[in-house]
Write a protein that binds this ligand. Structure first.
Ligand code: SF4
Ligand code: SF4
Length: 97
């Protein structure tokens, strides 16, 4: 069976560029996260942007987001994630390697 070659997280991130806009295109309601038992966003986000805190919350940083939408799909707490695309021309820029 053919497999994709192993690629480190650092190598994966080195293939993209982020033109960060000052407006956060994704926001996370920390109060909602405290009651969340799955913390599905933590394992689902390919950019590792959701970090659990010791008090049951989540720290989130939008700046290196791939805009894949996975976090919004896996989160089962209504209103916890507000998701939009970045304003025009900003956000992730995928590059050929
Ligand atoms: S899955 Fe949703 S509610 Fe749960 S920690 Fe992540 S963002 Fe918060
Ligand atoms: S859209 Fe994708 S890369 Fe961006 S925060 Fe959600 S899961 Fe992570």
């Amino acid at each position: 069976m053919n497999r994709w070659p192993e690629i480190s997280f650092e190598d994966r991130m080195s293939t993209v560029h982020f033109d960060v806009h000052e407006r956060a295109h994704i926001t996370v309601d920390g109060d909602s996260c405290h009651g969340c038992t799955t913390k599905a966003c933590v394992v689902a986000c390919p950019a590792n942007l959701f970090v659990p805190t010791s008090d049951g919350g989540i720290v989130f940083n939008y700046e290196q987001c791939f805009e894949c939408g996975t976090c919004y799909m896996v989160c089962n707490v209504e209103g916890a994630i507000t998701w939009t695309y970045p304003d025009g021309g900003h956000g992730v820029v995928f590059r050929r390697t």
